[in-house]
Design a protein around this ligand. Structure first.
Ligand SMILES: [Zn+2]
Length: 121
């Protein structure tokens, strides 16, 4: 990949999403990702592919819920990951989540849940 191509990719607008895990996995309860095609990406995660952490939680029988979204570049994704403390922004973890980079949680947002067929034990 050329430098210019890498730069262009970094500046490309996509969707950044926050996943809340049904159960914590070690210290991880959330995953933040960036994609150009959200539904395809979520389907991949739910098939146990697409990101190492999500692959691992899926293999452990843990499902996840899509809880936050915003538009942005990979630089935005990086800024969100660097800010940390995902629980503060997660409506499944706190009754009054902060927005930060995320788009406001709207009343009509139906959280998209991907239960794990392996289920909880
Ligand atoms: Zn959460």
């Amino acid at each position: 990949m050329t430098r210019q191509r890498a730069k262009t990719l970094y500046q490309q607008i996509g969707v950044i999403y926050l996943l809340h895990f049904d159960q914590p996995y070690k210290h991880a309860k959330h995953y933040t990702g960036w994609t150009e095609d959200l539904l395809d990406r979520l389907d991949r995660h739910a098939a146990g592919r697409g990101a190492r952490l999500v692959e691992v939680i899926w293999q452990a029988g843990i499902g996840f819920t899509l809880v936050r979204l915003c538009e942005g570049t990979r630089a935005t994704e990086r800024a969100i990951k660097n800010a940390g403390g995902a629980a503060r922004y997660c409506p499944a973890c706190t009754p009054h989540p902060r927005n930060g980079h995320w788009a406001p949680v709207t009343e009509d947002l139906i959280p998209r849940t991907y239960p794990n067929p392996a289920g909880r034990r």
